[in-house]
Ligand binder design. Sequence first.
Ligand SMILES: NC(=O)c1ccc[n+]([C@@H]2O[C@H](COP(=O)([O-])OP(=O)(O)OC[C@H]3O[C@@H](n4cnc5c(N)ncnc54)[C@H](OP(=O)(O)O)[C@@H]3O)[C@@H](O)[C@H]2O)c1
Length: 351
Amino acid sequence: MPIQTERIAFANAPATAADTNSAGIPKLGYGCWNLPNEKAADLVYAALEAGYRHIDSAAIYQNEREVGQGITRWLKATGTPRSEIFVTSKLWLNSKKPENVTRGLNKTLEDLQLEYLDLYLIHWPGALATGPNYDGSAQIPQDDKGFPLKDHNVEEKDTWAAMETQVPQKCKNIGISNYTKSEIADLLKTAKIRPSSLQVELHVYNQQPELVKYAQSQGIQVTAYSPFGGLNHIYGSNAEVVEDPAVKALAQKYQTSNHGIALSFLLAKNISPIPKTVSRIKENFESVVALSAEDVQTLEGANKNKRYNDGSEMLGYIYFKDEKDTGTILSQIGKAGLSRAQAKVEHLVGK
Ligand SMILES: NC(=O)c1ccc[n+]([C@@H]2O[C@H](COP(=O)([O-])OP(=O)(O)OC[C@H]3O[C@@H](n4cnc5c(N)ncnc54)[C@H](OP(=O)(O)O)[C@@H]3O)[C@@H](O)[C@H]2O)c1
């Protein structure tokens, strides 16, 4: 079996996950954020055709209908059983009130035209108000000043408990995304089903070794989003990770692309990368190589603890606060329209 489709076993998978072949995640995924709506169905079809068996979707990407069309069309055309592919989606912040989790999940399943997800993640910590004409769709509601409209009454542990009730009928595994070590530890205090997976920003410049080690020590498999660092246009099309001298030298050595080295580095650490691409679907799939331990070590030395995705100002919650100084936190509180009092209540400052 090619390395791209080998599965990383979920140590925390509920026993029922085995019934649908969902107790492990195919190593290489196809990311669906920023797939244009008019092309998304064909792109997902092409990704499955190229060999990807893991599709990473989310309600907030606003393209789940098209992603679902691509999946359904490919399964029908090839006669492949549903259990051969692995589909992840994510609960958006305006559906985090426990009584709304079912609505958010139902909307995603309806859009994707699926009976179940292999993995359903809490997309980010924090909660937003449901927004106008709420029907389970993902929204980022704003107040009249343009600040995110938060829901301060939702606790992560209660959202998690509502996620647990969806297993195994509508999702085979549940997990988290964008959680820090302390946020994971808090969740584990009350979780009856432990998270199968953690999805976070991971690449050569943001390796988060402590977080990865902690998650894996808790039986939580790790998935890497934005494996090419700042390359997507929302982050400013910053190619510094794939142009790093160590990455380039290894691309020469292994006769693959810089992108192939970025993916292979994560795979060598038993982390599942989920690259997005419109035009290099086959190229990326085939770019993966087996790096030597020494070359992995060289890339480890290139870490810069550099993060490109921080939703704090857009979503009104101070993310990754463990790694921020008080000045950064206070500035983000201001830009997110949060009062210091609110932030204190949420334990965002004073740490
Ligand atoms: N959980 C979360 O909060 C979260 C956050 C961010 C992302 N994600 C997931 O992770 C996926 C991947 O992350 P991402 O979309 O941020 O970034 P990414 O996959 O690291 O990078 C995507 C960018 O790289 C370009 N690219 C891909 N292959 C290339 C190649 N061989 N040569 C040159 N350029 C290439 C793409 O352009 P083209 O499309 O033109 O090829 C696109 O601009 C997302 O799609 C999403 O599914 C999750």
